[in-house]
Unconditional design. Structure first.
Length: 113
């Protein structure tokens, strides 16, 4: 099982039942480090730090040292928070953040699979 598939399975198990989610890998621009971003409406009433803690505790122990070494940080956002983040970023950053790898698949520029 690939690291991405394992992460998707672990995130799904950590979230409340039947809550949708999307895992997005975003490059940091620093070496091979990436941000592991989970977008989900689950836990929207919790502070971001608590959401991140829950995901980290579910995912990190099940990764190899090499897999962990590529993760710069974890991020857990609701879809509304992600929209606000995209609006706050300059246009040059928005285009790169949305062309990131989502659930292990590279998105095309047109947004088609």
């Amino acid at each position: 099982m690939t690291a991405t598939a394992r992460i998707n399975r672990l995130v799904k198990a950590a979230l409340p039942q039947d809550k949708p989610f999307r895992v997005v890998w975003e490059p940091t621009g620093i070496g091979k480090w990436q941000i592991l971003r989970v977008i989900t409406p689950a836990w929207k009433s919790l502070p971001k730090s608590e959401r991140i803690r829950k995901v980290r505790e579910a995912v990190e122990p099940n990764l190899t040292a090499r897999e962990r070494s590529h993760i710069f940080r974890f991020s857990v956002l609701t879809p509304a928070e992600l929209r606000r983040l995209d609006q706050a970023l300059p246009a040059r950053h928005r285009s790169t953040s949305r062309s990131a790898i989502s659930n292990g698949r590279q998105k095309s520029a047109a947004g088609l699979p």
